[in-house]
Design a binder for this molecule. Sequence first.
Ligand code: GLN
Length: 414
Amino acid sequence: MKISAMKNWLSACLFKNPQLPFILSNRVELIRDSNIRDAARLVSEIKNVVNLGQGLPEASAADLLKQAANNAIDLNYNQYSNTWGYPELRAAISRKMLHYNGIVANPETQITVTCGATEAINASLLAIINPGDEVIVFEPFYENYHPNIIIAGGTPRYVKLQAPYWNFSQSELANAFNSKTKAIIINTPHNPTGKVFSMAELTFIANLCKQHNVIAITDEIYEYMVYDGLKHISLATLPDMQDRVITVSGLSKTFSITGWRLGYVVASAKLTHAIRKIHDYLTLCAPSPMQIAAITALNLPDSFYIQMRDKYQALRDEMMAIATKANFKFVKPQGTYYLLTDCSHFNYASDRKLWEKLLYEHGLATVAGYCFYRPGIVSQNIRFCYAKSETTLQEANRRLLAFVTNEKPGTSSV
Ligand code: GLN
C-alpha cells in the first residue's frame, strides 16, 4: 500500500469508523494543541515569514559549544549516559547553582539532568501529584503548565496576574491555598509577561507554602535574562524553603541551544529520588553528547552571561519601540525575551483572529495570548519574541507598520 493510501485508511479507521474500540484518555480530551508549536509548524510551511513566535533565539549557538558537541560525538559519547546525568555535568550544575542562585546542591543526591525544563516540570509533577491534588498557577502562564498538571492527574487552580503590571492580589493567592493544595508553580522571570518576582512577593509565597505544607516548583529557565539592574531570586534561597522547593532550569535559552534538550531539576534528596524514578521511565537520560558539551557551556565566565543579558536588554528596548510605533500597548518587561502586548483596542473578536491576520496577511508570526490562559478564556494579547537579529526585527517593524496603517482602532469588523 502506498503511504498516502495508508494514511487515508488510517484516518478513516480512526475518525470515521465508530466500531473500532479506540477510546482516548480523558487527559487528552482535557488538553488542547499547543498554539506555540502550532505556529512553529505553520511558520515552517509558509514562505517568507518573519518569526517572532516560538521562543527560540535566532542567533546560532557559540562555535565553542558546537565544537564541544562534535568532539563529544567523536569521542564516542553516543550511548546512554548515567540516567541522572553525567556526574561531571551534575558537578558543573552544582557549582553554577551555588555561584548564581545561592543554592547548595549535592550533585550525587540532589541534581537530575532532564530532556529540557519541559521534562523537568513534567517529571516533578508526576513525582508529587495524586488525583485530586490542586496545583496553583499564576495566570497568564506558560502554556505547558496546564497540560503538565492534567497529565499528572492534578487540578490547576489559577491566580490572576493583573494587567498591566502583572501583580497578584495577596488575598486571592492566600484564598487559593486549601487542604487539597499540593504545589504551586512559580515562573520567574515570567513567560509571557516578562515579570520578575520580587523578594516581597516570593516571601509572601514562601510563607503560604510553609503554612500549608505545599511544594513549590520554580521554573527559572530565563534566570539570566533580568534587566534594568534587577536581580533574579531563587525561591529555594528563602529561609526554610530549600527542602520544599523543586528548582527547574536548563541550558536552552541561556546558551541558544533549545534543540539540545537539556534541563535539570534541583531538589532535596527525598524529592530527587522520586523525580529520578519518573525521569528514568520517561526518557531514561538526556542526550549524551549534548550533556558533555554542556559542561563546556557551564564553565563559561561571568562575562558571557553579562554580555548576553545586555544584548537582550537592548533587543527588548528595540522591540518596545517597534511595538509602540505599531500602536500595541504594554508595560515594560523586566525579564525573559518576550513582550506581551494588549491588542484589545484593535477590536478583533479574539487575539487568535489578530494572530491569523498578522500571519496570513502580513507574514508575521507571533503567539496568540489565549494559550497562556485556561481553555475557554477569550484574551486580547499578542506575544512577540525578540531574541532575533537586527534584520529580522527591522522586517517585523516594516510588517507591523503595514498592518497598523490599515487598522482603524475600534472599527475592525473581524
Ligand atoms: N518556551 C518557549 C516559548 O514560550 C518555547 C516553548 C516550546 O515550544 N517548547 O515559546
